[in-house]
Design a protein around this ligand. Sequence first.
Ligand code: 13P
Length: 247
Amino acid sequence: MLKPLIAANWKMNKSIRETGEFITSFIRMVKDVTDVDILIAPPFTSLHSAAQLLNKTGIKVAGQNVYYEEKGAFTGEISPAMLLDAGCASVIIGHSERRQYFSETNEIVNKKIKTARKNGLDVILCIGESLDEREKNETFEVLDKQLAGSLKDLQLDGITIAYEPIWAIGTGKTASPEQANEVHTYIREWLRKYNPDSERVRILYGGSVTPENTRTLMAQPAVNGALVGGASLKPDSFAKIVTESKS
Ligand code: 13P
């Protein structure tokens, strides 16, 4: 069985001071947890201080985005080397908010993953269908396109997939454990066909994960962890999600 990964995506929330306050209380709450991997993705401005505070705790730090060029005249962008320099071990790529508000296509996502992996960053690749696509029974078709486009010409080492149905993000509408398991099983099969060496790839669920629904979601055999937005912003709530994830 894969060790669960519980990841916090703070999105555009928390100052450096708030990041410090969160981490100081959170590490006390999870100090005895050894059987769950934990990762926090703060905004860029908090990465360095978060990485310093989490040093030697085993809790990893991730960027929420990265650019696909290594350096140069790309005002406002952040390179993989800069994320590594700030103390990141990994980066979230292709979040639906990036696809929706910043026009990220599967092609751009693919280029970003390639540069991130080349520089030694692990990647959490986000995929997921909209409500409209689900209602039209296009979920698997959409996922096929996102997986094939985003992973084109890539090996799967260092990659984690996060299935985040857009209709469940920030809406309070979680996919039912059965819906999540069905899609995760589909993704697992897709990965097996793509590359037989895919068994170590973890598939996380994201979308209105809370301390209350974590246990039933994590009890699904094809769910290997969670990517948590809103409920990761308070130390006690995120710590509860971590402890509820233990098998
Ligand atoms: P919520 O947990 O707030 O629904 O956000 C999920 C998400 O987008 C994590 O990346």
